[in-house]
Structures are given as structure tokens and as C-alpha cells.
Write a protein that binds this ligand. Structure first.
Ligand code: G16
Length: 543
């Protein structure tokens, strides 16, 4: 085994986005691309020597090859030990859990999350810190700086390791432990929730369909729902992880999980439906004839978490990303809980969770979780819903009706305009910025603006400041439109338009959100010139 120092040069564009570095797979497979970024991670975390790291990914195309390269680079740079999921698989929440329980120095997760996979699709890498959470901006900035000055990287020249064989082995002086990716995580879930109550629910004939979207959650879902909780075989659909996610887009929303969505909208469909994304950190919740928006799901989970053993003592506080609806705030107010508003990106919740200021966090982008890990956790959300259904004996539809009756309803939708030319997207944002002072008092589609600004966040724990986190336009009567450019896309720019409007009128609770929000949707187009500027007649994805 020879240790090589390979000369390289900086490659442009290795700046981590909302969640690590995401690029086209062919870019990642280009000469030195992966190696440069991994070497920059070592620099960004103060060197790799002597560290213990976790490694795993969502199984997309290039996952195992990348793992072999990372292992050889880790060994060459003096890493003491790597704990790697079998066949280089680990869901993001399972990786976060391993990083924490094994007391490691962090981990590398290979995933582009909900983005499609394959040679012509996307790949990604992110570093998580010893608390199990995505690296904060201070660390990703150091990594990015290192990509701009890199001159060489270290790597071992040796054969691939057999990552299918569980147990310990060595790569030069580095210990490699190949672990079952599911076991520790399943145990964690069993400790958080009332599995007996959920088992009884399934014994009583309760029906569920979980769409793993041919992504990493399949083996976790089969083990937990079918083997441990006794749901019938077939409860998990698309449970076989595939390198290209079966040609699909592993994004659990009504658009990309359409087959599941349609099954649940049928009055003869199952009682409960859920889906997860490429790396298992997102979730979509459905009941028969009922779609639960992620913002509502977060609010329902916060309001009812006490039925699960792990949260029976109450919550320390809650948090949501800024574009997420105010449904959570209403719950927090009534329950006397602190409610934090953070920028988009799970990394911003880390300090609040570590400091014990929040127990449950969530985002409109189908992410919810608690302080049991430092990532969002798709199966956690599904299991908490199951625990609530089991304990209350109510259906998903009834739970939503009860919730709105108690807290009022906030209609919510997100419209995404994908692969817009970057210049067009930034002009649109700049155009709005230039009008912050003029907008208040003006009316759009019959709704009057009362305020406009750009969200910035001061972390209450470490005082760090994050500016430019989304443009907010507030309307009278509680309506809000947020414009933001996605930080996870890999082609052009994605303009996200988040639209919400509140009602306390019970006669309106049953309305379809797209219809209820029609005036606000029109206002969003009018105020930003969305269609005129982008040349589109509507969004690519509505969720
Ligand atoms: C990541 C982040 C989330 C964020 C989402 C969308 O999720 O972890 O916090 O909400 O991206 O970000 P953007 O709006 O910038 O595209 P995931 O599931 O892709 O890792």
C-alpha cells in the first residue's frame, strides 16, 4: 500500500450550499473533484489525524466508489477509525445518530437528498460535526476557503475494501468498522415511541402504505414497520434502494410521490400514508382523503408529542425555518413554549437543540425532527404520527379537523420555478429588494401590503449572524409571501415562492389550499412579475 501525494489545483464552484456540496454526478466524477473537496474537509475541520469518523450515503450512483476514495484518503491522512454503513449505506438521521452515540469527531454523508440520482443526475457530500448535525457556516466557510488554495491531496494506492462484510478490518493503520445501517437506529426509535400501542394499531387492521421511493429508507422502513411493528408485508412500497431511485425523483411531495398520493386520496385507500426522500430525512404525511402540509404536520406533532414516551414530560421549546407557516407559532403560544424562527437549513437548529432551547424543529420542505438526533428524520415523524394515531384513536382527517378547530388554519403552498436562468432569478430578487420602502400601502390582487423586508438571523446561542435569508412581503389580515432562491439545486436557479394566509373561520377550514390562496398566488405574480420575468405560465412544482 503506497501513500501518494497527488498534485492538484483549486477547482471553481466548490462552495457548499444549504446542505453540503451538490453537483451533477459527472462533475463529482471529474478528475480530482471529489478528492479536492474531501481534502478541503480535512483542512476545514482542523486536520484528519487521529479522528474517528462515520461514513455512509443514500446509495445513489457513485455512492460506493466515492466511499472507497474517501476511505483511502482518510487512511492516508491519519484518520484513526471510520465507522461505515454496510455497502456504504446510511440514512442521514442514522448517520447523525451514529456520530453522536459513538462519540465520534463527525462524519461524511454522501447524498444529494431529494435530487434524482444517476450518471446524468446529482451527487453530494456534506460534513456533519460531532454533535451529529450539518456543519455550521463557520466550518463550511473554512472548507470552501481550503478548496480555493489546495495544491495536493493524500491518498493510499490499494484495493477496494469489502464493504459488504460486517465487522472490523484495517486499511493501513486505520481501523474500519462496517456496521448494520439499520440496527442502532431501529433501537433508538423503539426507545422514543410506544411500539406496543402502534403494534396494537396494526393488529386491529389499521392500514398503511409507506413509499420509500427506491431510496435509502427502504430497509429501515421494512425492518421497523413490517418486522418489528407487525404491519403486513407490502406496507412498504418501492423498498429496494436503487442507484437511480428507479428513474424517479426521490422527493416526498404530492408531485413526485404521485402514485402514493393518489392511493391515499381514494376513499377506499389505506388509513395512513407516508413517504421519505433519497437520504431518509424528509417525510410526507397523508391520511385517507387528506394531505397534511409539512407546516401543519409540524404543528400537530408539537401539539401532540406528549403522547409518546420520549416527550411525555413536555417540550423545551420549538423552532421552525422562516418560510415555514406560522401554524407552529400558534401552538407554541397556547402551550407557553418559546418558538424560534431560523433561516432555511437544518444546520441553524443545531445550537438551539444543543442548548436545550428547543425539542422539536421543522421546515416547510418536508423536514421535522427532535433533539434525538441533529438532522431531520423522516421515519421519526412517521412514527410520531403513528404513536399519536394509536393513542388518540382518531383518523388523520379528524386530527387535522381537531387541530384547526383549536388553533385556526393557515393555508399554505410553495411554488417552485426550477432551472430559471441565474441572472433572471437574481434580477427578480433585486427588483423586490429595491422596493421595500414603496411596497407598504400598495395592493396586489386586492390584498394590501403592510411590510416588506429581507430576513436575517442572529443566533441566540453563539451570536452568529446570517443575512439575506429570504424576502418577506406581509399583507393585512395575516397573509405572507416569501421569495427565496434555493441553495440545493444544481442547474440554474430555483425560485421558491412560499405563500400563506390564515383563517379563524370554521366554515373555511375545509377549503382546498390552492383555491383558498388564489388571491395571494395572483398577488405573488403581480408583485414580483414572476411570469413576465421567467417566461413561465406557472410553477414546475406546487406543494
Ligand atoms: C436541505 C436542508 C433543509 C432545506 C432544504 C431545502 O434539505 O437541510 O434545511 O429546507 O434543503 O433547501 P433549499 O430551499 O435551499 O433548496 P435536504 O433534504 O435537501 O437535505
Amino acid at each position: 500500500m503506497e501513500r501518494l501525494t497527488v498534485k492538484t489545483a483549486p477547482i471553481e464552484g466548490q462552495k457548499p450550499g444549504t446542505s453540503g456540496l451538490r453537483k451533477k454526478t459527472e462533475v463529482f466524477m471529474g478528475q480530482h473533484y471529489l478528492e479536492n473537496f474531501v481534502q478541503a474537509i480535512w483542512e476545514g475541520i482542523g486536520g484528519a489525524r487521529g479522528k474517528t469518523l462515520v461514513l455512509g450515503g443514500d446509495g445513489r450512483y457513485f455512492n460506493e466508489r466515492a466511499a472507497q476514495v474517501i476511505l483511502r484518503m482518510a487512511a492516508a491522512s491519519g484518520v484513526a477509525k471510520v465507522i461505515v454503513g454496510q455497502n456504504a449505506l446510511l440514512s442521514t438521521p442514522a448517520a447523525s445518530h451514529l456520530i453522536r452515540t459513538r462519540g465520534t469527531d463527525g462524519g461524511i454523508i454522501m447524498s444529494a437528498s431529494h435530487n434524482p440520482g444517476g450518471p446524468d443526475e446529482d451527487f453530494g457530500i456534506k460534513f456533519n460535526t460531532p454533535n451529529g448535525g450539518p456543519a455550521p457556516e463557520e466550518v463550511t466557510t473554512r472548507i470552501y476557503e481550503a478548496t480555493k488554495t489546495i495544491e495536493a491531496y493524500e491518498i493510499l494506492e490499494t484495493q477496494d475494501l469489502d464493504l459488504n462484510r460486517l465487522g472490523e478490518t484495517h486499511l493501513a493503520d486505520m481501523e474500519v468498522e462496517v456496521v448494520d445501517p439499520v440496527a442502532d437506529y431501529a433501537l433508538l426509535m423503539e426507545n422514543l415511541f410506544d411500539f406496543d400501542a402502534i403494534r396494537k394499531l396494526f393488529d386491529g387492521g389499521f392500514t398503511m402504505r409507506f413509499d420509500a421511493m427506491h431510496a435509502v429508507t427502504g430497509p429501515y422502513a421494512k425492518a421497523i414497520f413490517e418486522d418489528i411493528l407487525g404491519a403486513p408485508a407490502g406496507t412498504v412500497m418501492n423498498g429496494e434502494p436503487k442507484a437511480d431511485f428507479g428513474g424517479g425523483h426521490p422527493d416526498p411531495n404530492p408531485h413526485w410521490a404521485k402514485a402514493l398520493f393518489n392511493t391515499l386520496m381514494d376513499e377506499g385507500g389505506p388509513d395512513f400514508g407516508a413517504a421519505s426522500d433519497g437520504d431518509g430525512d424528509r417525510n410526507m404525511i397523508l391520511g385517507r382523503g387528506t394531505y397534511v402540509s409539512p407546516s401543519d404536520s409540524l404543528a400537530v406533532l408539537a401539539a401532540n408529542a406528549h403522547v409518546a414516551p420520549a416527550y411525555s414530560g413536555g417540550l423545551k421549546g420549538v423552532a421552525r425555518s422562516m418560510p415555514t407557516s406560522g401554524a407552529l407559532d400558534r401552538v407554541a403560544k397556547k402551550m407557553g413554549l418559546d418558538c424560534y424562527e431560523t433561516p432555511t437549513g437544518w444546520k441553524f437548529f443545531g445550537n438551539l437543540l444543543d442548548a436545550g432551547r428547543a425539542t422539536i424543529c421543522g421546515e416547510e420542505s418536508f423536514g421535522t425532527s427532535s433533539d434525538h438526533v441533529r438532522e431531520k428524520d423522516g421515519l421519526w415523524a412517521v412514527l410520531l404520527w403513528l404513536n399519536i394515531l394509536a393513542k388518540t384513536g382518531r383518523s388523520v382527517r379528524e386530527i387535522m379537523q381537531d387541530h384547526w378547530a383549536e388553533f385556526g388554519r393557515i393555508f399554505y403552498t410553495r411554488h417552485d420555478y426550477e432551472a430559471v436562468e441565474s441572472d433572471v432569478a437574481s434580477d427578480l430578487m433585486d427588483g423586490l429588494r429595491a422596493r421595500f420602502d414603496d411596497l407598504p400601502g400598495q395592493s396586489f390582487a386586492g390584498r394590501t401590503v403592510i411590510g416588506a423586508d429581507e430576513f436575517a438571523y442572529d443566533d441566540p446561542v453563539d451570536g452568529s449572524h446570517a443575512a439575506g435569508q429570504g424576502i418577506r412581503i406581509l399583507f393585512e389580515d395575516g397573509g405572507r409571501i416569501v421569495f427565496r432562491l434555493s441553495g440545493t439545486g444544481t442547474a440554474g436557479a430555483t425560485i421558491r415562492v412560499y405563500i400563506e394566509d390564515a383563517t379563524d373561520d370554521p366554515a373555511r377550514f375545509g377549503e382546498d389550499p390552492q383555491e383558498a390562496l388564489a388571491p395571494m398566488i395572483a398577488a405573488a405574480d403581480e408583485v414580483a412579475g414572476l411570469h413576465a420575468r421567467t417566461g413561465r405560465t406557472g410553477p414546475d412544482v406546487r406543494s
